[in-house]
Design a protein around this ligand. Structure first.
Ligand code: P71
Length: 459
């Protein structure tokens, strides 16, 4: 093809108006929300990049599927279509629907967790870590060192450090490692992909010790596309083939369908182990629902089945990954520090380099996120000391995570290129004024997952 511009591979036939707000209005709204962007009403946001989770625009075929949804309590036609599609994409025989990803996590770790147990991953996302810790088990993050260096251009910064993985297994004993996880792509580390070779090598390590491998698969299609583009030997494969190979090295997966299944709600737990699946279904019945709907409506199962089909279309993935790449190019030109290379679903600003005058215990990422909202009505999400920092009970001092990031996550098929141009302008504007940014202090926080409900004041 001669034309090089990668376009949004869809037309728009239904629109949702965006309400414009003024800076003055937003100043008041921020104060009212205690500077917590989760507490701002979505109506008061111009471009909402808080998350790519559950925010996708569904296709005509998905909406048609919604109408065809079979709402029978047991054995609905929609369940069988869902099950068949999940089996086709993942190859796992046992398919258990859940209302979202964390429900699948809670069931899995409820069965496999417990005191003394350690569950390694490249990097656990916050809900995964919280569900492991809720079972009194330990969550261990073992991403390769390049994955913690925002400037490193390693093509697969989500890779597991397989040497450290083996060390950990030997240190705590294989009997205390009930499962090993791999998050594809690695959300907390910048949406960075994991290579096929690394999945294979992780598989070899856990195999030697009889430990099952589960993928946290919520962005599996984006990961597959990166493998196609970056890993030798895969450029001629389809993303469907690549995804299938990724899953072939695992024993199961947890999935938040709110990402790469292009739906607004849903998830699943899938695996090959029949006995573990039986136990999982018994928990499911108590907490989520009967095994053929698992907390979802039949129409949701239809939309997931269709979404799993569409997400692997190469035109879609090319456009999807290009969005982050495009933003990366523009931010690079402006000298704004961000995690390189751009990940699949988001741009992550490097808050340490962006606002070096704000120390981690004063939440530089939160300060930047608030400024993006104040100046442009853009909502982003802090992924740093607010989300992952903690206070050492002995010294009372703040223990910062390795990275202080601000994530601008892209809802799938929702915003156009000019929306992204607007966001780039807002980021540049905040960056120009970075020296005037002030740190923050937490005035209220709950016990766990504090980023959702904490309140702050400016220092
Ligand atoms: C994301 C989310 C959803 C979220 C979480 C916390 C704050 C704001 C938004 C959810 C994930 C995820 C991975 C790798 C499991 C879940 C849980 N991500 N694994 O990135 O990224 O899935 O939301 O369906 O329960 O914004 P769930």
């Amino acid at each position: 093809m001669r034309v090089k511009t990668i376009i949004e591979p869809f037309r728009i036939k239904m629109v949702e108006p965006i309400r414009m707000t003024t800076e003055q209005e937003r100043r008041g709204l921020l104060e009212e929300a205690g500077y917590n962007l989760f507490l701002i009403a979505a109506e008061n946001v111009i471009i909402d990049l808080l998350t790519d989770s559950g925010t996708a625009a569904m296709s005509d075929a998905q909406w048609a599927g919604m109408m065809r949804g079979d709402e029978s309590y047991a054995g609905a036609r929609s369940f069988y279509r869902f099950q068949e599609k999940v089996r086709e994409v993942t190859g796992f025989a046992q398919v258990i629907p859940t209302h979202q990803g964390r429900a699948a996590e809670r069931i899995l770790f409820g069965l496999l967790g417990g005191p003394g147990r350690v569950i390694p991953s490249n990097t656990h996302f916050d809900t995964t870590r919280a569900n492991i810790e809720a079972q009194c088990a330990e969550a261990a993050d073992l991403v390769i060192p390049e994955g913690l260096d925002p400037a490193s251009l390693h093509p697969f910064k989500g890779n597991m450090d397989v040497e450290r993985l083996e060390e950990l297994i030997l240190r705590v004993g294989p009997a205390n490692v009930p499962v090993c996880m791999l998050t594809v792509t690695n959300n907390s580390g910048g949406g960075q992909p994991v290579s096929m070779e690394n999945i294979r090598r992780t598989r070899e390590v856990v195999n030697r010790h009889g430990i099952p491998l589960f993928l946290d698969a919520c962005r599996f299609a984006e990961n597959a596309y990166f493998i196609k583009r970056r890993e030798p030997g895969y450029s001629q494969h389809t993303c469907t083939q690549i995804a299938r190979e990724m899953f072939s090295y695992a024993d199961g997966c947890t999935m938040s369908a709110k990402k790469d299944a292009l739906v607004n709600i849903g998830g699943f737990l899938a695996m090959n182990d029949e006995e573990l699946a039986r136990k999982a279904r018994n928990v499911l019945i108590v907490t989520e629902g009967f095994p053929t709907y698992g907390g979802l409506a039949g129409r949701d199962l239809e939309a997931i089945a269709q979404g799993l089909e569409e997400v692997l279309h190469e035109d879609y993935l090319a456009y999807r990954i290009r969005t982050a790449e495009y933003m990366g190019e523009k931010l690079e030109e402006a000298g704004v520090p961000f995690v390189k290379p751009p990940g699949g679903h988001a741009i992550y600003l490097d808050a340490r380099a962006f606002a070096p005058h704000i120390p981690p215990q004063e939440f530089p990422g939160q300060a930047i996120a608030c400024a993006l909202y104040l100046l442009g009505g853009v909502r982003a999400c802090e992924i740093g000391s607010v989300m992952f920092g903690r206070t050492d009970p002995q010294t009372g001092r703040h223990v910062a995570p390795p990275l202080e990031l601000v994530r601008l996550a892209f809802p799938r098929r929702v915003y156009t290129q000019s929306h992204f141009d607007y966001v780039i302008e807002v980021i540049r504007d905040v960056y120009d004024r970075r020296e005037s940014l002030r740190g923050m202090r937490i005035t209220y926080e709950p016990q766990a997952l504090r980023h959702f409900t904490a309140r702050y004041e400016l220092r």
